[in-house]
Design a protein around this ligand. Structure first.
Ligand SMILES: CC(C)(COP(=O)(O)OP(=O)(O)OC[C@H]1O[C@@H](n2cnc3c(N)ncnc32)[C@H](O)[C@@H]1OP(=O)(O)O)[C@@H](O)C(=O)NCCC(=O)NCCS
Length: 174
Protein backbone atom coordinates (compact mmCIF):
# COMPACT_ATOMS: atom_id res chain seq x y z
CA UNK A 1 0.00 0.00 0.00
CA UNK A 2 1.17 3.52 -0.69
CA UNK A 3 -0.32 6.81 0.47
CA UNK A 4 -0.04 9.81 -1.80
CA UNK A 5 -1.92 12.80 -3.18
CA UNK A 6 -4.95 11.87 -5.24
CA UNK A 7 -4.60 11.95 -9.02
CA UNK A 8 -7.32 12.15 -11.66
CA UNK A 9 -7.36 8.37 -12.17
CA UNK A 10 -8.16 7.84 -8.45
CA UNK A 11 -11.42 9.76 -8.59
CA UNK A 12 -13.64 6.80 -9.53
CA UNK A 13 -12.25 4.82 -6.57
CA UNK A 14 -12.83 7.73 -4.18
CA UNK A 15 -16.33 8.18 -5.58
CA UNK A 16 -17.17 4.52 -4.97
CA UNK A 17 -16.06 4.73 -1.32
CA UNK A 18 -17.88 7.96 -0.49
CA UNK A 19 -21.06 6.97 -2.29
CA UNK A 20 -21.23 3.62 -0.53
CA UNK A 21 -21.03 5.44 2.80
CA UNK A 22 -23.70 7.92 1.66
CA UNK A 23 -26.02 5.09 0.59
CA UNK A 24 -25.43 2.61 3.39
CA UNK A 25 -23.69 4.29 6.32
CA UNK A 26 -24.13 7.19 8.68
CA UNK A 27 -20.52 8.39 8.97
CA UNK A 28 -21.26 10.68 5.99
CA UNK A 29 -24.37 12.80 6.45
CA UNK A 30 -25.05 13.16 2.73
CA UNK A 31 -28.14 11.44 1.39
CA UNK A 32 -27.62 12.10 -2.34
CA UNK A 33 -24.63 10.58 -4.03
CA UNK A 34 -21.66 12.65 -5.16
CA UNK A 35 -20.82 12.99 -8.84
CA UNK A 36 -17.55 12.67 -10.69
CA UNK A 37 -17.78 16.42 -11.32
CA UNK A 38 -17.74 17.05 -7.57
CA UNK A 39 -14.70 14.80 -7.22
CA UNK A 40 -12.95 16.87 -9.90
CA UNK A 41 -13.78 19.93 -7.83
CA UNK A 42 -12.14 18.33 -4.77
CA UNK A 43 -9.04 17.64 -6.84
CA UNK A 44 -8.96 21.19 -8.20
CA UNK A 45 -8.79 22.52 -4.63
CA UNK A 46 -6.39 19.89 -3.35
CA UNK A 47 -3.31 22.11 -3.11
CA UNK A 48 -5.10 24.14 -0.42
CA UNK A 49 -7.37 21.38 0.91
CA UNK A 50 -5.38 18.15 0.46
CA UNK A 51 -7.01 15.01 -0.89
CA UNK A 52 -4.95 11.87 -0.23
CA UNK A 53 -5.44 8.25 -1.21
CA UNK A 54 -4.17 4.92 0.03
CA UNK A 55 -3.75 2.62 -2.95
CA UNK A 56 -2.92 -0.99 -3.44
CA UNK A 57 -1.65 -2.29 -6.76
CA UNK A 58 -4.26 -5.03 -6.95
CA UNK A 59 -7.26 -3.41 -5.27
CA UNK A 60 -6.93 0.24 -6.31
CA UNK A 61 -8.10 2.94 -3.91
CA UNK A 62 -8.46 1.49 -0.38
CA UNK A 63 -9.30 4.76 1.29
CA UNK A 64 -9.00 8.50 1.16
CA UNK A 65 -8.50 11.38 3.55
CA UNK A 66 -9.58 14.89 2.86
CA UNK A 67 -9.28 18.35 4.32
CA UNK A 68 -12.14 20.80 3.99
CA UNK A 69 -12.92 24.31 5.07
CA UNK A 70 -14.54 24.29 8.52
CA UNK A 71 -16.67 27.44 8.13
CA UNK A 72 -16.64 30.27 5.61
CA UNK A 73 -16.10 33.41 7.67
CA UNK A 74 -12.55 34.71 7.47
CA UNK A 75 -11.56 34.31 11.11
CA UNK A 76 -11.92 30.55 10.53
CA UNK A 77 -9.16 30.63 7.88
CA UNK A 78 -6.80 28.62 10.11
CA UNK A 79 -9.34 25.93 11.03
CA UNK A 80 -9.65 22.88 8.82
CA UNK A 81 -11.94 19.88 8.98
CA UNK A 82 -10.49 16.44 8.36
CA UNK A 83 -12.27 13.31 7.20
CA UNK A 84 -11.21 9.77 6.35
CA UNK A 85 -12.99 6.86 4.70
CA UNK A 86 -11.67 3.35 4.15
CA UNK A 87 -13.48 0.74 2.06
CA UNK A 88 -15.04 -2.00 4.26
CA UNK A 89 -12.70 -4.74 3.05
CA UNK A 90 -9.61 -2.76 4.09
CA UNK A 91 -10.72 -1.44 7.49
CA UNK A 92 -8.78 -2.25 10.65
CA UNK A 93 -5.50 -2.76 8.78
CA UNK A 94 -3.85 0.61 9.38
CA UNK A 95 -5.09 2.39 6.26
CA UNK A 96 -6.78 5.24 8.16
CA UNK A 97 -3.68 5.70 10.29
CA UNK A 98 -1.41 5.76 7.21
CA UNK A 99 -3.58 8.42 5.56
CA UNK A 100 -3.49 10.67 8.64
CA UNK A 101 0.27 10.08 9.04
CA UNK A 102 0.66 12.00 5.79
CA UNK A 103 -2.26 14.44 6.13
CA UNK A 104 -1.65 15.92 9.58
CA UNK A 105 1.97 17.09 9.03
CA UNK A 106 0.97 18.41 5.61
CA UNK A 107 -1.77 20.58 7.16
CA UNK A 108 0.56 21.80 9.89
CA UNK A 109 3.18 22.75 7.28
CA UNK A 110 0.55 24.72 5.38
CA UNK A 111 -0.07 26.87 8.44
CA UNK A 112 -3.42 25.51 9.62
CA UNK A 113 -3.71 25.89 13.39
CA UNK A 114 -6.82 23.96 14.37
CA UNK A 115 -7.88 20.57 13.05
CA UNK A 116 -11.52 19.57 13.56
CA UNK A 117 -13.29 16.26 13.04
CA UNK A 118 -17.01 15.63 13.39
CA UNK A 119 -17.81 11.98 14.14
CA UNK A 120 -21.31 10.48 13.91
CA UNK A 121 -21.61 8.43 17.09
CA UNK A 122 -21.05 5.71 18.02
CA UNK A 123 -17.95 5.03 15.92
CA UNK A 124 -15.22 3.49 18.11
CA UNK A 125 -12.77 3.01 15.24
CA UNK A 126 -12.98 6.65 14.20
CA UNK A 127 -12.75 7.92 17.78
CA UNK A 128 -9.71 5.74 18.38
CA UNK A 129 -8.05 6.92 15.18
CA UNK A 130 -8.61 10.63 15.82
CA UNK A 131 -7.50 10.38 19.45
CA UNK A 132 -4.37 8.49 18.37
CA UNK A 133 -3.44 11.66 16.47
CA UNK A 134 -3.85 13.85 19.54
CA UNK A 135 -7.38 15.07 18.89
CA UNK A 136 -9.56 15.61 21.96
CA UNK A 137 -13.31 15.48 22.32
CA UNK A 138 -14.68 19.00 22.72
CA UNK A 139 -18.42 18.37 22.67
CA UNK A 140 -21.34 16.55 21.13
CA UNK A 141 -24.47 17.78 19.40
CA UNK A 142 -27.18 15.33 20.41
CA UNK A 143 -29.49 14.14 17.65
CA UNK A 144 -28.24 16.70 15.14
CA UNK A 145 -28.79 14.50 12.07
CA UNK A 146 -31.50 12.12 10.88
CA UNK A 147 -30.51 9.28 8.57
CA UNK A 148 -31.66 5.71 7.98
CA UNK A 149 -34.60 6.20 10.32
CA UNK A 150 -32.83 7.49 13.41
CA UNK A 151 -31.48 10.63 15.02
CA UNK A 152 -27.69 10.67 15.22
CA UNK A 153 -25.36 12.44 17.67
CA UNK A 154 -22.22 14.08 16.28
CA UNK A 155 -19.17 14.50 18.48
CA UNK A 156 -16.46 17.00 17.65
CA UNK A 157 -12.76 16.39 18.15
CA UNK A 158 -10.11 19.07 17.77
CA UNK A 159 -6.37 19.55 17.82
CA UNK A 160 -4.60 22.91 18.24
CA UNK A 161 -1.21 23.29 16.59
CA UNK A 162 1.25 26.11 17.27
CA UNK A 163 1.15 29.25 19.42
CA UNK A 164 0.95 32.96 18.86
CA UNK A 165 -0.41 34.89 15.90
CA UNK A 166 -0.93 32.88 12.72
CA UNK A 167 0.80 33.24 9.37
CA UNK A 168 -1.26 33.03 6.18
CA UNK A 169 -2.15 29.49 5.16
CA UNK A 170 -0.29 28.41 2.04
CA UNK A 171 -0.77 25.66 -0.54
CA UNK A 172 0.72 22.27 0.26
CA UNK A 173 4.16 21.74 -1.24
CA UNK A 174 3.96 19.82 -4.55
C1 LIG B 1 -12.93 4.95 10.90
C2 LIG B 1 -11.96 4.46 9.82
C3 LIG B 1 -11.57 5.63 8.94
C4 LIG B 1 -10.70 3.94 10.53
O1 LIG B 1 -9.78 3.54 9.54
P1 LIG B 1 -9.12 2.08 9.59
O2 LIG B 1 -8.17 1.97 8.48
O3 LIG B 1 -10.23 1.09 9.68
O4 LIG B 1 -8.38 2.17 11.01
P2 LIG B 1 -6.89 1.72 11.36
O5 LIG B 1 -6.73 0.28 11.01
O6 LIG B 1 -5.93 2.69 10.79
O7 LIG B 1 -6.94 1.83 12.93
C5 LIG B 1 -6.90 3.09 13.57
C6 LIG B 1 -7.11 2.88 15.05
O8 LIG B 1 -8.47 2.50 15.29
C7 LIG B 1 -8.52 1.23 15.95
N1 LIG B 1 -9.64 0.52 15.40
C8 LIG B 1 -9.80 0.09 14.13
N2 LIG B 1 -10.98 -0.52 14.00
C9 LIG B 1 -11.57 -0.48 15.21
C10 LIG B 1 -12.82 -0.91 15.71
N3 LIG B 1 -13.71 -1.53 14.93
N4 LIG B 1 -13.10 -0.66 17.01
C11 LIG B 1 -12.22 -0.03 17.80
N5 LIG B 1 -11.02 0.44 17.39
C12 LIG B 1 -10.72 0.19 16.11
C13 LIG B 1 -7.21 0.57 15.63
O9 LIG B 1 -6.86 -0.38 16.60
C14 LIG B 1 -6.27 1.75 15.60
O10 LIG B 1 -5.90 2.15 16.89
P3 LIG B 1 -4.47 1.77 17.48
O11 LIG B 1 -3.48 2.17 16.43
O12 LIG B 1 -4.41 2.57 18.71
O13 LIG B 1 -4.50 0.29 17.68
C15 LIG B 1 -12.58 3.33 8.97
O14 LIG B 1 -12.93 2.27 9.80
C16 LIG B 1 -13.77 3.76 8.13
O15 LIG B 1 -13.60 4.27 7.03
N6 LIG B 1 -14.99 3.57 8.65
C17 LIG B 1 -16.21 3.94 7.90
C18 LIG B 1 -16.26 5.43 7.60
C19 LIG B 1 -15.98 6.27 8.82
O16 LIG B 1 -16.48 5.99 9.90
N7 LIG B 1 -15.17 7.32 8.63
C20 LIG B 1 -14.84 8.25 9.67
C21 LIG B 1 -15.69 9.45 9.54
S1 LIG B 1 -15.44 10.53 10.94
Amino acid sequence: MIVRRAEPHDLHGILAIVNREIREGVAHFGTSEHTLGEMKGWLAQARRMPLLVAVDGAQGVLGYAKAGRYRDRQAYDWAVEVGVYVCPGAQGRGVGRALYDLLFPMLEAQGYRVLIAGIALPNPASVRLHEAFGMRHVGTFPGVGFKHGRWIDVGFWSLAMGDGPPSPVVDAAP
